[in-house]
Each structure stands twice: as structure tokens, then as C-alpha cells.
Design a protein around this ligand. Structure first.
Ligand SMILES: Cc1nc(C(=O)O)sc1CCOP(=O)(O)O
Ligand SMILES: C=C1C=NC(C(F)(F)F)=NC1=N
Ligand SMILES: [Mg+2]
Length: 538
């Protein structure tokens, strides 16, 4: 009998004989997986008669014993008892947990499929003798599970369930993520899934098709093993880490890089913003391109210093936006997201939530309404925060901006009379099980202010073009420079230019022209010490 508190959930294979490639068998696939680092096996054969199922179970059990890996039986508690398996996994519609525990006794492993917070509450109510681990899913769409009743929850959905486990004190319960997990998304989801108290991330990753449908199951397993043991998501590793370097000298270096490298700024944005955004990018020594032509996204993302500015005010279809995110993540080039009108309508909320699950963003920039919504601090409770005297509500804005930075592991910017910038990039390495050892309130955050520029709200696309400015600076820097510093410099630059334009214009029409003039001249002169907007840490 093994000690169930010692089970390693890190790479959990769930079988499925319906997808075996030619020339492979259930046993050969499981064997290859066991040889290459799978740490737990579940026999899940939905379409097999009991007699065959029992034979398969005995064969797989023999193999697992050779590798000292526990064997879990899916659904079939009777078979698990008959062959003395190490445990069972049951779904919400299967035999109730207390009954399973009563049949199996205290030493066997019981796993439960969980997709909603109320199911976590039920688990906590049953206490530590009931469920030993949960499968949290499905994270992404998958063809493996027939007629799935659940919709993909994304990394954010898993984090919410980790929060629920923490909040209900179900700390004994182990967790694995499952559903559509493959090498192209596993580093990111491991990096993004963490409870808000920073204490808990998933204990493992569970896959079916990535191994079972692979003609080279051993290699597929080895790839997964290496990704899980790698401990950092390469896209953000090394950028945005030296936060303390945010001094004016850094601003000059960022500006210099943009002038030198003239980054390609790929805009996917709303019609109103396109023209003004292009002019802002040109004024900032960068080369704008507005393209929603999906076939060219990969090519664009591979242009040196290419950067994507995604403004969800764009009417492009969701799949177009998603393929742009995938292209730039694959090219490991930064994406700036402007979740326009984030929760103004349910369609916008759904679109933005879906997009946020598709990839890793370097920076999310929004107004108070959008940032508060992303932080689930909906405006209803916050009387007039988005327009009122930001001074009194700045602490709410700061908390929300830090929360967005933490949840999406990015630099978060909340625009307003005072802009707030929080750095969620330097959480660096993820760890299985033990979270990221940071909490939102500890994230570095800065205010950028320079008096009141009322006219800023009047011109079209003023907020959107801050997105362009951020993309120009983030796109221009070299690998040795710091994404967070680039964003902070962009916010300072834009606010200073806005101030200069407001002082020189006769109204909102000339304001736009003056703004572009100011951006151009501030960039050209590159003297941040003279800029009007000041940065102060919070
Ligand atoms: C068995 C299972 N359970 C899920 C859940 O959401 O509870 S998703 C799933 C299938 C996962 O297969 P693949 O790794 O091939 O996407
Ligand atoms: C439906 C399922 C959900 N999760 C899991 C596991 F990942 F193993 F926890 N197994 C299943 N069969
Ligand atoms: Mg906006």
C-alpha cells in the first residue's frame, strides 16, 4: 500500500483507447508514458465493455506497479475494488463521494471533476476524509470529452477555483488542470494559474490526447515533463524584472531604443482610432500597420521589434483577434491590450474574457471602468469612481490595477486624471503547488500625474492612442531592457504631451494636432527630466 499523501500529481495521464494511432496499443502508450515521466495514470475508457475494461485495468495496473505509479480507475468503482486499484476518479454525475469513500476505505485516492465554485463548497463541506484531489476543467476546448456540459474556463477560471479552495479552507485537496492542455499553452497556464493569496497553484497537469493520440507517446511525454519542470514562462522571463531601475535615465534609454529601432506597431483597433493611432505612431518614430488580414499575422509578428496593439473596440471577429494573440505569443513579441468597454455590454465582457484566456499580454491598459471590471470590483459599488474625484478613490484604483497586473501577469495601466501603473511581470518563476509567493498588494505600482488635462477626455481616441504610445516604447526596447520601464515611460511621455497640447490648443480640434506635435518634439528632444508629468511610487 502506498502513502496517498505522497502522490505526485505533476504529470497525470488519463487514457483513451479510441484515439490510439495505428501500430500502438493502450499498453504501449501507457508504457512509453511511464518511461518518460508520467507520475499518475487514470484508466478512462468510456466505450469499453466491462470484461475488456477489467483486462485493460489488470494490464495497466501491472505496468504502473513496475514504475511505482498509482493507478486510478475512472467512474467504475466496482472495477477499482475488484482489482484493488489505488483509487477512483468520479464526475459530478457519478456515484456520490461519501458512498465512494465508504466503499473504498480511507487509504484509497478519490478524485472529483470540478468546474464551478459551488462544487468546491460541497467538497469543503464533505471535509478532508472525502475528496483527495480535483480535476479543474476544462481549461480550453477539447474534443476528447464527448458532449461536454461545461464551457472552457481559461487560466482565470482555474485561478478562481484555486481561490475557492483557499477561501473554503480545503487546503488538503490537491488539484490538476485538465482540458485542451498541450505544449503550446502549458507554460502559460502554469504561469497564470495562481490563487490571489499567492499561496496555491495547481499540483499538476492532466492530459489525454497529447499523449494517447501521439505516434511518439514517449517523446510527447518527455516534452510535457520538461515544460512542467522548467519553472518559467519564457516570454516574460528576463523582461520587466528590474523594477527598481525606473528612474529618468531609464526613460531616456527607452526613448532612444524606440527612435533607433522604429518598431512595427500592428494595430487591430476600431475605425475611429486607426487614423489617429497611425499618426501617433509616426510621430513616435515607429511604423504603424493596420491589418486584420489573418494570413499575414505570422509574417508581421516576425518583423524585428513587431508589436501588437489589440483594441477590442475593433469589429474583427473573435477568432481573428485570437489568431493575432497566438501569432505574437509564438513570436515572443509583446501585445498591448486595450479592453475597450470591457464590461459595458455582456458581449464585450464575453469577448474580452475569452481573449484574455488566449494568451499572455505584456500590458493591459484601460480606464477606471474597464480596470475595475477586470478586477471584479464592479462600478456599481464604487460610486462615481470612474469620473469622480480620483484623489479620494485612488486607493481603490491602485488596488484594482495591482489585481489586474497580478491576475494576468502583465503591466496594468489605469488611465485617469492620475494614471496608475502596476507591475505584474516580475513574478518570474512559477512553482507547482505553492503559488507565486507574491500577493497583489505587494506589486510595485506608480502614479503618473501632472495636474488636470480636462480637454483630454474630449478628443476621440485619446485613451486609445496611449495604447499606441505604450506599444511604441515596449516594441522599441531591446531584450536587456525592461517592459515595465517602457510602459511607465510611455505613460509619462503621453501625459506630458497631453499637458503641453492642452496648454497650446484653442479647442479639441487643435488639441489633436498639438498632441501629435508634442509627442514628436518630446521624443525627438528626449529630455525626460523636462517632462511635465511626474512619477511617484505608491
Ligand atoms: C477527461 C476530461 N475531463 C475534462 C473536464 O473538463 O473535466 S476535459 C477532459 C478531456 C481532456 O482531454 P485532452 O487532454 O485531450 O484535451
Ligand atoms: C473528467 C475528468 C476530469 N478530471 C480528471 C483528472 F484530471 F484526472 F482529475 N479526470 C477526469 N476523468
Ligand atoms: Mg480605453
Amino acid at each position: 500500500m502506498f502513502d496517498k499523501s505522497k502522490v505526485d500529481y505533476s504529470l497525470y495521464l488519463v487514457t483513451d483507447s479510441t484515439m490510439l494511432p495505428p501500430g500502438t496499443t493502450l499498453v504501449s502508450q501507457v508504457h512509453a508514458a511511464l518511461q518518460n515521466g508520467v507520475t499518475l495514470v487514470q484508466l478512462r475508457e468510456k466505450e469499453t465493455d466491462t470484461k475488456v475494461f477489467v483486462q485493460q485495468a489488470l494490464q495497466v495496473q501491472k505496468l504502473c506497479r513496475e514504475f511505482n505509479v498509482p493507478l486510478i480507475i475512472n467512474d467504475r468503482v466496482d472495477v477499482a475494488l475488484a482489482i484493488e486499484a489505488d483509487g477512483v476518479h468520479v464526475g459530478q454525475g457519478d456515484m456520490p463521494i461519501p458512498m465512494v469513500r465508504q466503499l473504498l476505505g480511507p487509504d484509497k485516492i478519490i478524485g472529483w471533476s470540478v468546474g464551478y465554485e459551488h462544487e468546491v463548497q460541497q467538497l469543503a463541506d464533505m471535509g478532508p476524509q472525502a475528496v483527495d484531489y480535483v480535476g479543474l476543467g476544462m481549461v480550453f476546448p477539447t474534443n476528447t470529452k464527448k458532449n461536454p456540459k461545461k464551457t472552457p474556463m481559461g487560466p482565470r477560471g482555474v485561478s478562481k477555483l484555486l481561490d475557492a479552495l483557499q477561501n473554503t479552507k480545503a487546503t488538503w485537496c490537491r488539484t490538476v488542470a485538465i482540458g485542451g492542455l498541450h505544449p503550446n499553452n502549458i507554460p502559460r497556464v502554469l504561469y497564470q494559474m495562481c490563487s490571489e493569496d499567492g499561496k496555491r497553484s495547481v499540483d499538476g497537469i492532466s492530459v489525454v490526447s497529447d499523449i494517447m493520440a501521439s505516434p511518439q507517446a514517449g517523446e510527447a511525454t518527455r516534452r510535457l515533463r520538461n515544460l512542467i519542470d522548467a519553472e518559467c514562462y519564457s516570454f516574460v522571463d528576463g523582461v520587466g524584472t528590474n523594477v527598481e531601475a525606473c528612474t529618468s535615465t531609464v526613460d531616456e534609454a527607452c526613448i532612444e531604443s524606440t527612435k533607433l529601432n522604429s518598431p512595427l506597431i500592428h494595430h487591430i483597433t476600431n475605425k475611429v482610432h486607426q487614423n489617429f493611432g497611425a499618426n501617433v505612431a509616426l510621430a513616435l518614430g515607429s511604423s504603424p500597420i493596420m491589418s486584420e488580414v489573418e494570413p499575414e499575422f505570422v509574417e508581421l509578428s516576425q518583423v524585428p521589434h513587431a508589436t501588437l496593439l489589440l483594441n477590442t473596440g475593433s469589429v474583427a471577429p473573435l477568432e481573428t483577434l485570437s489568431s493575432a494573440v497566438r501569432a505574437y505569443n509564438t513570436a515572443q513579441r509583446p501585445i498591448v491590450l486595450d479592453p475597450v468597454g470591457f464590461s459595458a455590454t455582456s458581449t464585450r465582457l464575453e469577448l474580452n474574457s475569452y481573449l484574455l484566456a488566449q494568451g499572455q499580454f505584456a500590458c493591459i491598459k484601460g480606464n477606471a471602468g474597464e480596470i475595475l471590471s477586470l478586477a471584479d470590483m464592479n462600478l456599481g459599488k464604487m460610486r462615481g469612481v470612474d469620473s469622480g474625484d480620483a484623489g479620494s478613490d485612488i486607493s481603490i484604483i491602485v488596488a484594482a490595477t495591482r489585481l489586474v497586473a497580478f491576475r494576468y501577469r502583465c503591466v496594468a495601466v489605469c488611465t485617469g486624471k492620475i494614471d496608475v501603473v502596476a507591475n505584474g511581470l516580475n513574478l518570474g518563476k512559477f512553482k507547482l503547488s505553492n503559488g507565486c509567493a507574491m500577493v497583489p498588494s505587494q506589486l510595485p505600482a506608480y502614479k503618473v500625474e501632472c495636474g488636470d488635462i480636462a480637454v483630454m477626455e474630449k478628443i476621440t481616441a485619446s485613451g486609445c492612442s496611449l495604447g499606441t504610445t505604450i506599444a511604441c516604447l515596449v516594441g522599441g526596447i531591446t531584450d536587456q531592457q525592461n517592459v515595465f520601464s517602457a510602459v511607465l515611460t510611455a505613460v509619462r511621455l503621453y501625459k506630458s504631451a497631453g499637458y503641453a497640447a492642452a496648454s497650446a490648443c484653442e479647442g479639441s480640434g487643435s488639441f489633436q494636432v498639438k498632441l501629435i506635435d508634442a509627442l514628436d518634439s518630446l521624443l525627438t528632444k528626449n529630455q525626460p527630466s523636462l517632462w511635465k508629468a511626474t512619477v511617484s511610487s505608491i
